[in-house]
Design a protein around this ligand. Structure first.
Ligand SMILES: [Zn+2]
Length: 91
């Protein structure tokens, strides 16, 4: 698992198009998304990790959905529930 701390890292992962990102948010329930989810975007990421210096939220990446789910007690994003690996864990 890696913590995303730069926009470069984020862009590499997004380009690769594989795996999952958990948004750890202090004000909301932690959620796991596929990297291709529309909620995973540079605007939100920039706000959280650059402008707010990860104070309110952090981004973690893994190829393993289950790992993120268990580590952060995170739920699957509803928009991502059509992704096969996530769907299996929703049921
Ligand atoms: Zn999502």
């Amino acid at each position: 698992m890696i913590k995303i701390t730069s926009l470069d890292t984020y862009q590499d992962l997004k380009k690769a198009g594989e795996g999952f990102i958990c948004i750890k948010d202090n004000t909301r329930i932690n959620k796991v998304h596929s990297v291709s989810c529309r909620w995973i975007n540079i605007r939100n990421l920039k706000k959280k990790i650059i402008e707010n210096s990860c104070k309110q939220g952090e981004y973690f990446y893994s190829l393993d959905y289950q790992k993120l789910h268990l580590t952060f007690n995170a739920i699957a994003c509803r928009n991502c529930s059509k992704v096969k690996e996530i769907k299996e864990w929703c049921t």
